[in-house]
Ligand binder design. Sequence first.
Ligand code: FAD
Length: 319
Amino acid sequence: MPQKVIDTIRQTPKTLFSFELLPPLKGKDIDGLYATIDRLVEFKPPFINITYHREEVVYQPLKNGLMQKKTVRKRPGTVAIAAAIRYKYDIPVVPHMICGGFSREETENALLDLHFLGIDNVLALRGDPAKSERGFVPDPGGNRYAVELVRQIMDLNRGKYLDPELVNTHPTRFSVGVAGYPEKHIEAPNPEQDLAYLKEKVDAGADYIVTQLFFDNAKYFDFVRRCREAGIEVPIIPGLKPIATQGHLSLLPQVFNIDIPQELARAVMACKNSAEVMQVGVEWAIQQSRELVQFGAPVIHFYTMGKADNVRQIAQAVF
Ligand code: FAD
């Protein structure tokens, strides 16, 4: 199996199944992740993504009634987890790298860790604003936009490190994916400008795009058409998440800036219990997936959120 996502896509004519995992919450073991992979590995994912979670500021009450400000990282371990999965299952991994919370120096060091571990794929992201901030604030000396991170990775691929005095440097060989938003990124002034920034990421060297989750395939088809018209020619991997709770109806649009089609919303609202909601979510995602396969999507990327059962049912019906 080729190690780079882009080579896998180029060499495989059919739609592939893939998924992303969250590192466990601090205090939990990695076994839960392995259990998820064990339930999905039979559908032959050519790669598995591992998300990255930046530190958060929390306020804890003290005995004297005052609050203490603390910085915590609730889901550490992306790099280690990626390596553990890569070698336990012999499946390529795509750790996510974000700009937020990293200086460029720290980014370079993290990329070198990945390189030395034999990991040649990354998904390059900006990351969301810290919960304590209204807008995204880069670290001092850090990348402000994902495009800058892509450029830094491409520099390393050419052997260009941050320290200009290093000579005879060894180049890395990363294949880089970036995020795309069929329904527009929440901060973008309009879809055209969002697409122009996406094109910058591709022109900087990104090999492929993974989309934000969506529930209406027409949005993805239109996005692919607009990308092609704008001269973005790289593969565009659709991201799907099966609805699993009634709460998702208000939560997902708020967090991801997406619409939920009325037909799906009505079906979810009519459910009497969580098992019924789960089933509606699975059936919707199966229909979406079948249509995406027919369209010729290179891969379908499932956001598992740590839950394998519904994604397994979808994979059984489609792959
Ligand atoms: P960018 O491409 O930098 O875009 C951010 C915003 O800035 C957009 O509104 C864009 O239009 C605008 N913009 C871009 N370039 C410029 C420019 N040059 N000048 C002015 N404006 C510009 N987050 C995590 O924290 N961890 C994860 O693991 C993670 N995984 C994700 C996986 C996928 C597939 C997706 C779709 C998202 C993921 N996210 C993750 C969320 C992501 O970090 C957020 O959506 C974030 O707000 C934007 O990231 P980006 O890489 O798209 O940013």
